[in-house]
Design a protein around this ligand. Structure first.
Ligand code: B12
Length: 368
């Protein structure tokens, strides 16, 4: 249908997407090979769903038969700093994308609206945001004025790195021309230099075993001992490689569609303790914190407090020491060690869970 592409693009902007562009949906063996190689090297850590997605990512027609072109959509989550609410223990940093209620839930209805509009034009469509079997960055790199930066982030010339992506697969034919967007990283290596764990490879791909984002959001169980100090103040996700990027600095805090909440930017750490998983989900189910679940957030909170140079947040460590989840008590045993609080660590020597007792021993030994 003539004009369908322009019509859908206009609607996308009206709905609040700030960057849009069309990409050819044809398979790209070179990108599939990069992905396969990344999976093969183990850099996907425990995210097995990424391996299962390989065949569908490689061929988008398995998700939408007859797919010809993809409308790529970008929306800014570049927020200005939020005020710290009064009360509670508000330590640690949260990645900006989680300062607003879960973006998947916010974008899915907009994708549905685009899909309905497409249907009214006789176009079949299917929307995805984040966890779908779609190489979002690769497609966005073809569709937007942007490129895959040295940090691995898709950098938009207008929005910088703080750009959430979404994709609308359509059975419209491939766009007539696919412009090429030059790499504008130049000699800049700020993102590589700031990463505390060296997670960014020279091939611009991330080793999720080291990435602070993966460790605080996706990793289950105790955090690797040697990486705990390097997590520093990160409670949920990490924005370091995005915030030092000159393209993000230049773009500034321009988010419009997503609205930040100070309570999510600076949560009271005590909220992650003394409640059941069900209560936690009732409070945070609409936010990104629901992914690591209560015990993941409690573990991360303990890590933040353990790393706090001013030793604030003692109450968090006390709550953690008697937490029902052994992973949280294990983190407490480490954190007391960081604080050189020998007496507190000693109390955990007799914990019924062997991993907790072992962590307490290790902490005490490290403390001399
Ligand atoms: C798994 C995943 C993660 C993992 C692994 C990260 C990674 N970089 O691979 C973890 C948990 C670590 C993670 C972290 C983050 N993520 Co994430 N993640 C994903 C997810 C679901 C898949 C990514 C993937 O397939 N990785 C595998 C690698 C091999 O693929 P790739 O990086 O996309 O690169 C492909 C192509 O671009 C191309 N390619 C690669 N290098 C090059 C180089 C050149 C020159 C060219 C031309 C092409 C090219 O080949 C690759 C294979 O096809 C995507 C959503 C999606 N469906 O794509 C979100 C996504 C990439 N994540 C996103 C975000 C926001 C983040 C965080 C910033 C969150 C945070 N603040 O904590 C961090 C950033 C870490 C970083 N520097 O990349 C956004 C990124 C938006 C953007 N502007 O780039 C996405 C797109 C989600 C979304 N819908 O907005 N993430």
């Amino acid at each position: 249908m003539p004009g369908a592409r322009a019509h859908l693009t206009t609607l996308a902007h009206d709905l609040g997407f700030e960057v849009t562009g069309w990409a050819d949906a044809a398979p790209r063996p070179a990108e599939v090979a990069i992905y396969q190689d990344w999976l093969g090297s183990g850099r996907q850590a425990g995210m097995d769903y990424l391996t299962r997605q390989l065949p569908r990512r490689a061929d988008l027609s398995s998700s939408l038969p007859g797919v010809g072109s993809v409308l790529m959509l970008g929306v800014s989550h570049a927020f200005a700093p939020q005020p710290v609410p009064a009360g509670g223990i508000r330590l640690g940093r949260v990645a900006r994308y989680a300062w607003t209620p879960d973006y998947h839930a916010q974008l899915e209805p907009l994708l549905e609206r685009l899909k309905q509009e497409a249907a009214s034009l006789g176009v079949r469509a299917r929307g995805y945001v984040d966890h779908g079997p779609v190489m979002e960055r690769a497609l966005a790199g073809r569709a937007f004025p942007g490129w895959q930066g040295r940090s691995g982030m898709l950098l938009s010339t207008t929005l910088g790195a703080f750009t959430t992506l979404a994709a609308l697969l359509t059975d419209l034919p491939a766009p007539p021309e696919t412009p090429t967007h030059p790499d504008r990283c130049g000699t800049c290596r700020r993102c590589v230099a700031i990463c505390p764990t060296g997670a960014i490879g020279p091939d611009r791909l991330i080793d999720a075993r080291l990435c602070l984002s993966a460790l605080t959001i996706e990793h289950r169980g105790p955090l690797p001992w040697e990486l705990r100090p390097r997590l520093g103040e990160w409670l949920f996700g990490c924005d370091l490689c995005s915030e030092v990027c000159p393209w993000s600095v230049r773009a500034g805090p321009l988010a419009r569609l997503f609205v930040p909440e100070a309570q999510l930017a600076h949560p009271d750490l005590t909220q992650f303790f003394g409640c059941s998983e069900r209560e936690f989900q009732r409070r945070f189910g609409h936010t990104a914190f629901s992914r690591p679940r209560r015990k993941g957030m409690a573990r991360n909170a303990v890590n933040v407090v353990g790393n706090d140079p001013a030793r604030r947040g003692r109450e968090v460590l006390h709550l953690a020491s008697t937490d029902p989840a052994w992973e949280v008590r294990e983190a407490a045993a480490w954190a007391w060690g960081q604080w050189r609080a020998q007496g507190e660590a000693e109390r955990l020597l007799h914990d019924p869970q062997p991993e907790v007792a072992a962590a307490a021993r290790r902490s005490l030994e490290a403390g001399g």
